[in-house]
Design a protein around this ligand. Structure first.
Ligand code: SF4
Ligand code: FES
Length: 356
């Protein structure tokens, strides 16, 4: 039998059991052994898991008649907004405040409901977990807007309905942890997980800063912290960034560029930067296959160019149907030339270590 509430079809058990058994995973404190206790409560219409837990808390006596401690769990909004009540119910991670007992029993076909804490977070007690790591992940991707009241933010750029709709979906994240719990790739905090990546996407979709798309930047030398970013040759809509940004800001960007690889490795924990190299490889292949005569920074064998011999170093090259068709030698200041020599020296050192 079913009835409608005007929005969703509400499922109802036609022959509900007299009692429902809740098998609850218990742990007295962090590090203590985990065990399961079974409780039985009479069935009534419109029960959800939290209201059932409240019944058990009022009279914490197990199915076998043993007096025990009231089960501990987290709850707050009770309307699937805060995410704090998330737990594993009948093997599936979800919010307990919106988990209806009728739905659960209909799906399982029995009268038992198992409640366990999420397994990807430290278990504090019973069904309560510590979700701090999710908030640390948000800090890592800087997923918030700085508002200190000193800026007139104005009306802001307009967004299409499509973009607004997509961003709205990302903005609904309540940091519940379901995605980390369900993700087969996430374990032992090995990467920041879907929730933080979704928030990075939310902020990146905002049109503020879209002018960055017109930025062309130049970097010479080897890969790593000795690379040589060249602000003089980096432009935004054709204007050198040295005309647009303060020296402090440029220094900050240069430092972040040189350490960008290490930053990504730090976020990925296990793994390396592969998106940027893949994108660059595609751009290079396209330039060659389509004979675009495109100028791109490439690691090429230098034979005297830039005063470097017999070494593959990143410098601007023209790519066309013949591969590297020209190595472009741009004029460098003595400081930039010295930085490039230092970077080439690091490449040579690595080659010496490898003995190739
Ligand atoms: S993205 Fe993850 S943490 Fe955010 S609401 Fe969805 S499942 Fe929960
Ligand atoms: S108590 Fe807030 S989502 Fe369940």
């Amino acid at each position: 039998m079913s009835e409608t509430n005007g929005h969703n079809e509400k499922k109802r058990l036609t022959n509900p059991p007299k009692a429902i058994e809740f098998r609850i995973s218990r742990r007295e404190k962090i590090g203590a052994a985990q065990y399961t206790e079974a409780f039985e409560i009479p069935y009534r219409r419109s029960l959800n898991v939290i209201s059932a837990l409240m019944e058990i808390r009022k009279n914490p006596v197990t199915k076998d008649g043993k007096q025990t401690t009231p089960p501990v769990w987290d709850m707050n909004c009770l309307e699937q907004v805060c995410g704090i009540c998330t737990m594993v119910i009948n093997g599936r991670v979800r919010q307990s405040c919106s988990a209806l007992v009728d739905d659960l029993l209909l799906a399982s076909g029995g009268n038992q409901i198992t409640l366990e804490p999420m397994s990807k977070f430290p278990n504090v007690r019973d069904l309560q977990v510590d979700r701090t790591k999710m908030f640390e992940h948000l800090k890592q991707v800087h997923a918030w807007v700085e508002l200190d009241g000193t800026h007139n933010l104005g009306p802001g750029p307009t967004m299409t309905q499509e973009v607004q709709q997509e961003r709205y979906a990302y903005s609904r994240c309540m940091t519940c942890g379901c995605c980390l719990e369900a993700c087969p790739q996430y374990h032992d905090d090995n990467y920041i997980g879907p929730q933080a990546i979704a928030q990075a996407k939310l902020f990146n979709m905002h049109p503020t800063g879209k002018a960055d798309m017109d930025v062309t930047a130049f970097v010479l030398g080897g890969h790593g912290d000795t690379m040589v970013p060249l602000p003089r040759y980096s432009t935004c809509a054709g204007i050198p960034v040295t005309e647009l940004l303060s020296k402090e800001k440029i220094d900050e960007i240069v430092k972040r560029t040189a350490n960008g690889g290490a930053e990504i490795v730090g976020l990925l924990k296990t793994g390396s930067a592969f998106y940027a190299p893949s994108l660059a490889a595609v751009e290079m292949a396209e330039a060659i296959l389509k004979d675009k005569k495109k100028i791109l920074p490439c690691a090429v064998l230098l034979e005297g160019e830039y005063g470097i011999n017999n070494l593959f170093v990143g410098v601007p090259c023209k790519l066309g149907k013949n591969g590297v068709e020209q190595i472009i030698e741009i004029s460098l200041t003595s400081e930039e030339r010295a930085a490039l020599q230092k970077s080439a020296g690091s490449v040579q050192e690595l080659i010496d270590i490898l003995g190739v």
